[in-house]
Design a protein around this ligand. Sequence first.
Ligand SMILES: Cc1cc2nc3c(=O)[nH]c(=O)nc-3n(C[C@H](O)[C@H](O)[C@H](O)COP(=O)(O)OP(=O)(O)OC[C@H]3O[C@@H](n4cnc5c(N)ncnc54)[C@H](O)[C@@H]3O)c2cc1C
Length: 598
Amino acid sequence: MTVKSSIPRRKFDVVIVGAGGSGMRASLQLARAGLNVAVLSKVFPTRSHTVAAQGGIGASLGNMNEDNWHYHFYDTVKGSDWLGDQDAIEYMCREAPKVVYDLEHMGMPFDRNPDGTIYQRPFGGHTANYGEKAVERACAAADRTGHAMLHTLYQQNVKAKTSFFVEWMALDLIRDDAGDVVGVTALEMETGELYIMEAKTVMLATGGAGRIFAASTNAFINTGDGLGMAARAGIPLEDMEFWQFHPTGVAGAGVLLTEGCRGEGAILRNCNGERFMERYAPAYKDLAPRDYVSRCMDQEIKEGRGCGPNKDYINLDMTHLGADTIMKRLPSVFEIGHNFANVDITKEPIPVIPTIHYQMGGIPTNINGQVVTQNANNESVVVNGLYAVGECSCVSVHGANRLGTNSLLDLLVFGRAAGNHIVEFNQKNKEHKPLPANAADVTLARLARLEANQTGEYAQDVANDIRNTMQSHASVFRTQALMDEGVKQIAALRERVNNIGLKDNSKVFNTARIEALEVENLIEAAQATIVSAAARHESRGAHTVNDYGDTPEHPNGRNDQDWHKHTLWHKEGNKLTYKPVQMKPLTVDSIPLQTRTF
Ligand SMILES: Cc1cc2nc3c(=O)[nH]c(=O)nc-3n(C[C@H](O)[C@H](O)[C@H](O)COP(=O)(O)OP(=O)(O)OC[C@H]3O[C@@H](n4cnc5c(N)ncnc54)[C@H](O)[C@@H]3O)c2cc1C
């Protein structure tokens, strides 16, 4: 073994990168089974972005109205604009009630109905009887569901003796000659020391990359590190052109107002006070899926019916809900209104605009959470030793557009499934594979390049330019010309990323070093997004392109003949390949391609 002996090493059965809902649901399964599991996080676990989730977890408990998983399955396939894989969607919707009851039994403080069952609220695109009427499916703890869920999972992990490495940043995957993943390199942020974390299995649970855009509801730590690590290790990224804009970010601030507001009855109004969604979506109204509501809002603003002096936002009106309901069901929204818009939402409407919120794409996996790549026959093959769960992964249950509440559900279902699968693997494989001699070389080269370049560019300047470029070239409404120009600009920005330098090379809590390393992940997520988007010559779900509008041949601009397939972006050569959408569910009949109606 010739791994540079100066680099300290730690050894675990499993290393999980990320302590959000997905990482901690998986680690809980592993720690309870007695595995030696380490969870790394850039921040204290309960500060992961899952804590900010407000609205709820989707599960067809049917506590308030008739519901079952078949309806949930149908809604999710339709919401995905038929790009979601139907086997994974069936699995998620069937498992949903189980994972919610698991949480309840762990002590999660859900809101309650008078009969003691879990309170559920309606959410966009969730219906009963295959689109007939809205259904209450979002299991909620007021508007702090993610907060309640993350704290519950953290407490259970402490009890199960999971080892947390807090303020540790994973930098690169370690693959051996056979291509198997055998560990990660990681920086202890406090000391600036580099470590090798050896493991039989590595799991990426690093969350979304929402910070590749300038205006985002995401936490500042959401820089797509898992995507960068995968891309650098030769693993393609799937469906990165599909980014969700949430209709109700506070105008000017970006902070999210949950769809739960509209679930509780809030209404979107234009400058004439008109409830314009009745015109666009007579059936779903304000609770149409997010991609559609965002586009309708944008349309209202474009046609001069925006609100305010510059006619550049839409009003979200909750005044008719009454102060009692607001304080009981939406207390954080009340606080956000006060703190970020200087508005008392019980008395006046609050200005909102569509804001980037969620990545539907990510690291390709199967329903066990195993990362997969494609072989020469375009069949999926597993990358041994590597799993991915949560927003950084693409299983794909969300396809071209995610329904609200299906992400927290995705974390729970696939976090648990991946955990169970690893436990099984571990029972058969008692030994670690040896580390390759060059285990830390990629990371050492990255660190050395930054340190050697004292006159290079400041990381934040490059990051801001990436964000502004993505905001202008890959926004709610896209045009082919804008995206093509974006491809060029992001390619030029990659050159600038290579020239980032560090003026201060000190080790202890050097946040400039951390930001510079994050920008190397931002650029992978940004380039994957813009290149995949510019190549997809159709409109589907959240990827709506002006050039590909509604025609009799291609309703809604969707072109199934040429584009009903998943994109794979490869860092090597900056190239794209495609793989088929899985239309066959596990046990039920498939839902054949249809035009999406609202
Ligand atoms: C404001 C807001 C509200 C939302 N509301 C809802 C909702 O009501 N319902 C719903 O279903 N979905 C909601 N979503 C979406 C959902 O919350 C997220 O998709 C989900 O929480 C992501 O969880 P995760 O486990 O994948 O990652 P996260 O919770 O983002 O956690 C990522 C973890 O990875 C760690 N990490 C990242 N990079 C590294 C690295 N290099 N080294 C070490 N650690 C690293 C971080 O420290 C963190 O612990 C919301 C999202 C936002 C932004």
